[in-house]
Design a protein around this ligand. Structure first.
Ligand code: BGC
Length: 531
């Protein structure tokens, strides 16, 4: 494979830097802490780490509210520490991408401070101001538990400013060429430092136009293409990963003709994996994957089970959302905005079989998978913490005080109860051959050995049983037959005649002759390579 296409079959791992490992005892995870853990990440099989925002920030949105695009918040270390991390990661064959937050800044960013100081400020036009709060009325509010409107009144200058997230995150005005240029400079700065690419935050919202919902507009795509062209010209092999929480057909344009994003998160498949596990039927997964357009050869989807936000239910119907809340958010405090603020293991009742099956789905669907830190050991969450902080608690390294995360007082409460660090931690799982960690590690290793997984297509088979998802992955001359039994009962499937042959069962490590019928144990899965 062309090495510039490394992302097409890479395993990603998402890290909240503050929560991962504290190297200096100040209670905050830091860049040096991640450097200390590269051996661990290499053992797991990670190819690329996505580090969440490390920029100086007043932390009204955990760093997605940036006050300075050109440095590292002291709590995380220094630019030299980042360089050190990148160097050490590359020695471990691991790449590093970081968040690029284009859409908005913090209200403490000097541009906004200047912008709101005076209507005649040269920075006024860096943001979106209006005399009325009636513009762009067709635009939804995203943080609807806290924000009544996308407009906030500024007393001093007597106008409203526009924001798609918290009021403390004013939207930049991408109609202003200076803003467009500024953000290219930001990208250049981090690319020159050696970063391997960006997870571009909240990209659908860059441009506003009256009479639209202000999402996915052609002008937004035009700017993103400029950013890609700039990267292609100066930094080939570095990637742009698109965060657009949209339907597959609306994400498709973000790949352009292979000239916009290299990768895009597949948001809608995620809740449908949880739906399938609860219903014991695969139909919702199949429908959304059939609705997923094909993408250019040099692009790839990014799949995930959880991330640092609430489990979003934006990409389901109202009826499905109510159903998901009922199933997965039995306590009202588990809900947040249009989602569920819980982690992977608690969502699946810490049921080992379901947790493995969900990972089997993640690692066999088209797209490069992302593992959210801690989910590889099945760590818990803390619902007492505000907003999404309950899924961003310190990584559970061992059962020593503070989970081996810090020698000081951790920035956050830890997880309590059954899934706390006393019961769930890396040290107790890493050497246990039967541990959850080792199941995930094995899946990652097998996935990486097989080119069939690096394509972006799949073929669903009707095997006569709605409880068993059966599909074929084919790429570079290899064919793989995958079976995932979503039911809590043993289930039998009928394999179509064309697929009846000898396969290598990857987990058993031996050849099997697949005839008409196979029976799968509850929540079990098979990865079979056609001989
Ligand atoms: C990030 C969130 C963040 C928001 C605003 C997102 O989509 O994932 O964590 O709050 O953008 O930056």
């Amino acid at each position: 494979m062309n090495n510039n296409h490394w992302y097409k079959n890479a395993v990603f791992y998402q890290i909240s830097v503050r929560a991962y490992k504290d190297s200096n005892g100040d209670g905050h995870g830091d860049l040096r802490g991640i450097t200390e853990k590269l051996d661990y990440l290499q053992t797991l099989g990670v190819d690329c780490i996505w580090i969440m925002p490390i920029y100086p920030s007043p932390l009204k949105d955990d760093g997605y509210d940036i006050a300075d695009y050109y440095s590292v918040d002291k709590a995380f270390g220094s630019l030299d520490d980042l360089k050190g991390l990148i160097r050490a990661a590359h020695e471990h064959d691991i790449r590093i991408v970081m968040d690029l937050v284009l859409n908005h800044t913090s209200d403490e960013h000097p541009w906004f401070v200047a912008s709101r100081s005076d209507r005649n400020s040269p920075y006024r036009d860096y943001y979106v101001w209006s005399d009325t709060n009636q513009k762009y009325k067709d635009t939804r509010v995203i943080f609807l538990d806290t924000e009544p409107s996308n407009w906030t009144w500024d007393e001093k200058t007597g106008q409203y400013y526009w924001h798609r997230f918290y009021a403390s995150q004013p939207d930049l005005n991408f109609d202003n060429p200076k803003v467009q240029e500024e953000m290219l400079n930001v990208a250049r700065f981090w690319l020159d430092l050696g970063i391997d690419g960006f997870r571009a935050d909240a990209v659908p919202y860059l441009i506003e136009r009256e009479g639209t919902n202000c999402e996915n507009l052609p002008e937004t795509h035009a700017y993103l293409k400029k950013l890609r062209a700039f990267m292609e010209e100066n930094y080939p092999g570095r990637i742009l990963l698109c965060e657009a929480n949209q339907w597959p057909e609306d994400v498709r344009p973000y790949f352009g003709d292979g000239d916009e994003f290299h990768m895009g998160f597949h948001f809608p498949i995620m809740p449908r994996i949880y739906m399938a596990l609860k219903k014991g039927r695969y139909e919702d997964m199949e429908k959304i994957m059939r609705r997923t357009p094909s993408i250019p050869e040099n692009c790839q989807w990014c799949t995930f089970l959880r991330n640092h936000d609430e489990l979003t239910l934006e990409m389901v119907t109202e009826e499905e959302r109510q159903w998901m809340w009922k199933q997965y958010a039995p306590e009202p405090r588990m809900k947040l905005n249009l989602g569920i603020r819980r982690r992977f293991a608690p969502l699946l009742d810490n049921n080992r079989r379901k947790m493995e099956l969900a990972n089997s789905i993640l690692f066999t669907l088209p797209g490069s998978p992302i593992v959210y830190y801690g989910d590889e050991i099945g760590m818990g969450d803390n619902l007492d913490l505000f907003d999404r902080n309950g899924v961003r608690t310190p990584m559970q390294w061992d059962d020593s005080p503070n989970a081996g995360f810090s020698k000081g007082k951790p920035f956050s409460e830890l997880v309590k109860g059954e899934l706390s660090y006393q019961n769930v931690n890396v040290a107790s799982q890493i050497n246990g051959p039967g541990s959850f960690f080792n199941s995930v590690k094995r899946m990652i290793a097998l996935r990486k050995q097989h080119p069939a997984f690096s394509g972006s297509n799949m073929e669903w088979l009707d095997a006569g049983n709605p409880a068993v998802a059966v599909y074929i992955r084919e790429h570079e001359g290899e064919t793989m037959l995958i079976l995932n039994n979503l039911s809590d009962a043993a289930e039998t499937v009928h394999i179509p005649a064309e697929q009846q042959t000898t396969y290598l069962d990857l987990f058993a490590g031996q050849n099997v002759a697949i005839n008409d019928k196979i029976t799968l144990q509850p929540y079990s899965y098979l990865w079979l390579v056609k001989k």
